[in-house]
Ligand binder design. Structure first.
Ligand code: ASP
Length: 357
């Protein structure tokens, strides 16, 4: 199996500096020590993105190439354009690689994993996104365990689709969310169980095959950046405050409401501002602040108003999956009600259809 690594940045390759951690470790050499290096067979220049540094190594039946993106990012600097750079890089190597590992910062790793999943539904190969809580050079770093775990998953039957490996667990990429800034098991997938748990032996979920089914869009238009606003509902939020946050009108708003998607119905409350936004063509998505949620706008009268105003619920999608999906669909040219309708469709296993529950 040939695995192509794409190093995008993150703590995994960071070093100390007077202003805190920043990219700077020699990840290329570290990777080649982690897996015994094989004779170098450089990739032709035409195949390299600017600033890349491909090299090749091999390990127990697998060969590797590495592309280092430039600039390396703290993942808080990631944008939809960064997602597209990674996607382009995967597609550039799709003829020669059997699988991909994306090394990425943990802060926005779940957004990137979800974004990749929508854009690569036609890719007949698995992708694993990983990183670490501690730099590769730190004592007790989780970097080696996460990288070797990602490689193990790929060489032992991870299905096609985009996954996230972290802290001994293989999660569906568009179901994952960062749950801890310090725990070495810093990610969870609240709506569905892990695809696999590392151990002796690894335990694979019975749902393993389910995630390779996709109903996505082949040959999608590239990601471009769209104005999508995320707002947390709090007790007492006024229509005026929400209205101000929605001026000028964004393409879409995700309102993280209470419970199954409930929000106050008072005249001067957020519902009136949401209704005006929806009438003006803004796609309104009501999500939940609960980590584990199944949004159901009709269950309470407090949520029915949002549905009547034209809002759609986010089902059991994570915030990361919801946000990346809006960016993906907006990049396909969708707006308003059409965009809202597509938010309820399963593109890459990111949501559980109500009939599946
Ligand atoms: N700030 C880092 C990043 O997301 C955090 C990490 O990688 O763990 O790039």
């Amino acid at each position: 199996m040939h695995i192509h690594f794409i190093y995008a940045g993150g703590t995994i390759g960071m070093v100390d500096s007077p202003r805190g951690l920043r990219p700077g470790a020699d990840l290329d050499s570290w990777l080649s020590r982690l897996v015994p290096p094989a004779p170098t067979r450089p990739i032709s220049k035409a195949q390299r993105p600017a600033g890349s540094s491909p090299r090749e190594a091999s390990s127990s039946g697998a060969t590797y190439t590495l592309t280092t993106l430039s600039p390396l990012l703290d993942s808080s600097d990631t944008t939809p354009e960064t997602w597209q750079t990674i996607i382009d890089e995967i597609r550039r190597h799709a003829d020669r690689a059997d699988a991909f590992v994306v090394l990425h910062g943990t802060d926005t790793m779940a957004y990137t994993a979800a974004a990749l999943s929508y854009a690569l539904t036609d890719l007949n190969r698995p992708v694993v996104v990983t990183g670490s809580q501690l730099p590769l050079g730190a004592a007790h770093s989780d970097a080696a365990a996460n990288v070797t775990g990602a490689v193990y998953a790929l060489t032992h039957g991870a299905p096609r689709g985009v996954h996230l490996f972290f802290g001994g667990r293989l999660l569906a990429g568009n179901r994952a969310t960062k749950t801890s800034t310090w725990d070495l098991q810093g990610f969870d997938s609240p709506a569905i169980p892990p695809l696999a748990t590392a151990g002796a032996p690894w335990h694979w979920s019975a749902q393993r095959a389910e995630h390779d089914a996709s109903t996505g869009r082949p040959a999608p238009a590239p990601y471009t950046r769209h104005d999508v606003v995320v707002i947390d509902l709090v007790p007492g939020l006024t229509a005026a405050r929400l209205e101000a946050a929605l001026t000028p009108a964004p393409v879409a708003v995700i309102l993280r409401a209470f419970g199954v998607g409930n929000l106050p119905a008072a005249d001067d409350g957020p519902l009136s501002a949401l209704s005006r936004a929806a009438r003006a063509g803004v796609t309104v998505v009501v999500a939940s602040q609960c980590l584990q949620a199944e949004v159901a706008l009709g269950r309470y009268a407090a949520g029915a108003g949002a549905a009547e105003a034209g809002a759609v619920g986010s089902h059991d999608m994570t915030l990361e999956a919801t946000y990346a999906k809006l960016q993906f669909l907006a990049s396909q040219g969708m707006r308003g009600a059409e965009l809202g309708t597509w938010m309820g469709r399963n593109l890459a296993g990111e949501l559980t259809e109500p009939t599946e529950r």
